[in-house]
Design a protein around this ligand. Structure first.
Ligand code: NAP
Ligand code: ZN
Ligand code: ZN
Length: 352
């Protein structure tokens, strides 16, 4: 199927309209008309070649909400007309230990999981993401969406920003009695604040943008710390069970590890184009503190998060944009000026 899309042709070429080929649905496939697609900072890193291995043309987008248009003969879970989601992965080996444990994002197969865009993580044919009119995805990687129709655009960012913060919050047991910090109030961070609060943890937002203090409180933060202010930071020394760091730029991690209590962990989910300065070891060993990483989430866990959010009325705070405004959105993202996720209305693709 010839499908309209927006692609970057090289790290320095602005996005422009193009046509891509989508496969006809096979027996286990779901064909989806894309209604909305969230804009993740990973889209920008990938399209601009900031991470190794971008394949061009690059059609990013892994926060997809759409309507099923056709299903293959063996598809059991989805029907035409149904509203569904597609997140960051569209395939994996299905047989390795991680896949069998519903942790497809950590697939141990020879090429790892297949990203919704940019192909398998270990190399292979390119895949094209949600900056497009339609996508065909194996049923296993399609999510059920139970949000109401008016919330569909705002539900899109749950597919990456939501699950990427939900997964470490759950894995490191965020909940009542725990003090959780969220660093960086952008797409991921604002979802982290909402979800940590909804899970019952005492939630502290760290921001470099003083103008986000009131918003962070409204999102559910019990306290907000301007991380450039050393005195404010010092008040939280040795107090956190968990800190989730979503910052997309290299920075000094020590000022956050110092805030962990004994056996506390900082989970780094932001992936800057160049490394953070190496963390100091002394403040890790003296309190058995850990720095860990976490990658998106598995399909079952993503469904669990989507159902939790539908039940608790949780969506992303979004600004809907036209496809043609993607470069402007990226420029604002680089200035930390996202309130708090851009979502593309895919009907605007028709405007050329
Ligand atoms: P985003 O919307 O641009 O938010 C990042 C936030 O970090 C900014 O809003 C800003 O918040 C803060 N920040 C930016 N530059 C900073 C700097 N120089 N120093 C300190 N703080 C800074 O990005 P996003 O979409 O949330 O993505 C964040 C990162 O996570 C990206 O690197 C992305 O690729 C990565 N990611 C990882 C995974 C995973 O599976 N691990 C999944 C998705 C995305 P304040 O204004 O509040 O300081
Ligand atoms: Zn993402
Ligand atoms: Zn696998």
């Amino acid at each position: 199927m010839q499908t309209k899309a927006f692609a970057a042709q090289s790290p320095t070429t602005p996005f422009a309209p193009t046509t891509i080929e989508r496969r006809e649905p096979g027996p286990k496939d779901v064909a989806i008309e894309i209604l909305f697609c969230g804009v993740c900072h990973s889209d920008l890193h990938t399209a601009r070649g900031e991470w190794p291995g971008t394949q061009y043309p690059c059609v990013p987008g892994h926060e997809i909400i759409g309507k099923v248009t056709a299903v293959g003969g063996e598809v059991k879970t989805f029907k035409p007309g149904q509203i569904v989601g597609v997140g960051c992965l569209v395939d994996s080996c299905r047989t390795c230990g991680s896949c069998k444990e519903d942790l497809e994002q950590y697939c141990d197969g020879p090429i790892g999981f297949t990203g919704t865009y940019n192909g398998p993580v270990g190399g292979g044919p390119n895949t094209h993401g949600g900056y497009s009119a339609a996508i065909t995805v194996d049923e296993h990687f399609v999510l059920a969406i139970n949000h109401t129709e008016k919330d569909l655009a705002a539900a899109a960012p749950l597919l990456c920003a939501g699950i990427t913060t939900w997964s470490p919050l759950k894995h490191w047991n965020a909940g009542p009695g725990k003090k959780v910090g969220i660093v960086g109030i952008g797409g991921l961070g604002h979802m982290g604040v909402k979800l940590s609060h909804a899970l019952g943890a005492h939630t502290v937002a760290f921001t470099t943008s003083p103008d986000k203090i009131a918003d962070a409180k409204a999102l559910g933060a019990d306290e907000v710390v301007v991380s450039k202010n050393a005195d404010e930071m010092a008040k939280h020394t040795n107090s956190f069970d968990l800190i989730i760091n979503t910052v997309a730029a290299p920075h000094n991690l020590d000022s956050f590890t110092n805030l962990l209590k004994r056996d506390g962990s900082m989970v780094v989910v932001g992936v800057p184009a160049s490394p953070h300065p190496s963390p100091a070891v002394f403040n890790l060993i003296f309190k058995r503190r850990a720095i860990a990483g976490s990658l998106i989430g598995g399909i079952a866990e993503t469904q669990e998060m989507l159902d939790f959010c539908a039940k608790h009325g949780i969506t992303s705070d979004i600004e809907v944009i036209a496809m043609q405004d993607i470069e402007k959105a990226y420029a604002r993202m680089l200035k930390s000026d996202v309130k708090y996720r851009f979502v593309i209305d895919m009907q605007t693709l028709k405007n050329g």
